[in-house]
Design a protein around this ligand. Structure first.
Ligand code: FPP
Length: 238
């Protein structure tokens, strides 16, 4: 039995979040400019997305650009914007044909009009697809997301005593998606970096030293196997 088939017998996480770290170091370790790492990292999303579909994962959230990433040198920021724009241009037909539903989590403020239009177009075009959700956390910050949710709740005049965890979840960018069961961080650090801080309250966490461009199907299967060996208690006792 193939490893992917065997893993499907145990509960597979419905929603996996990935902090795609280590692109710069991947490139530097090869004597390449950092942006070459981001290019390789972008290509890797497709490989991991395919592996996720094979495993039966229903949603993948990838951390593509944080609200803090604007502070990086301008050429690197511009390059990341270009990669996302080119990625939508080059991959959208194929992703749509494969039934991938593209979602965006993040703010549009500060993003070029052109890229905003591309993102909205990709989300609109794929909104009825149901093979897997690819949620791109772009211009995303977990605290900013909670601030935006609270603003909407206040603007809509929801009375304070009706504000519950469910209501807040409904106003997050991820409304309608299940909370992540597993957060994977590549690149060897042990931080959440403002990623899905509300949604990942009870997620399992997996960190690997592997740099994101090298994180392949076998690495994803390893992460899922570790997840399957964990006992999730959600604050309860056994
Ligand atoms: C972290 O590596 C990676 C990023 C800040 C960017 C990740 C973005 C992509 C892979 C592009 C996404 C594209 C699409 C189409 C969704 P790092 O630069 O912090 O690496 P380092 O820690 O080694 O310096």
């Amino acid at each position: 039995m193939a490893k992917a088939d065997k893993q499907a017998e145990k509960p597979v996480p419905s929603h996996v979040g990935i902090i795609m770290d280590g692109n710069g170091r991947w490139a530097q370790s090869r004597g390449l400019p950092r942006v070459a790492g981001h290019r390789a990292g972008t290509k890797n999303i497709r490989r991991v997305l395919e592996a996720a579909v094979d495993l039966g994962i229903k949603a993948l959230t990838v951390y593509a650009f944080s609200t803090e990433n604007w502070g990086r040198p301008r050429p690197e920021v511009m390059h990341l914007m270009r990669l996302i724009s080119d990625g939508i241009r080059d991959e959208l037909d194929e992703l749509d044909a494969r039934g991938v539903q593209i979602r965006h989590s993040g703010r549009m403020a500060g993003v070029s009009d052109y890229l905003q239009k591309q993102i909205r177009g990709a989300v609109e075009r794929t909104k009825n697809n149901d093979t897997i959700i690819l949620n791109v956390a772009f211009n995303y910050g977990g605290r900013a997301e909670i601030v935006d949710a609270i603003k909407h709740i206040v603007q809509e005049g929801i009375p304070a005593d009706e504000v519950t965890e469910e209501v807040i979840s409904r106003y997050l960018y991820t409304a309608g998606m299940p909370d992540p069961d597993l957060i994977i961080r590549t690149g060897g650090e042990y931080r959440l970096s403002n990623f899905l801080i509300w949604q990942a309250a009870y997620a399992e966490y997996y960190a690997t030293p592997t740099f994101w461009p090298d994180f392949d199907a076998a690495e994803l299967q390893r992460a899922i196997a570790v997840y399957q060996g964990r006992e999730r208690r959600f604050g309860l006792i056994k």
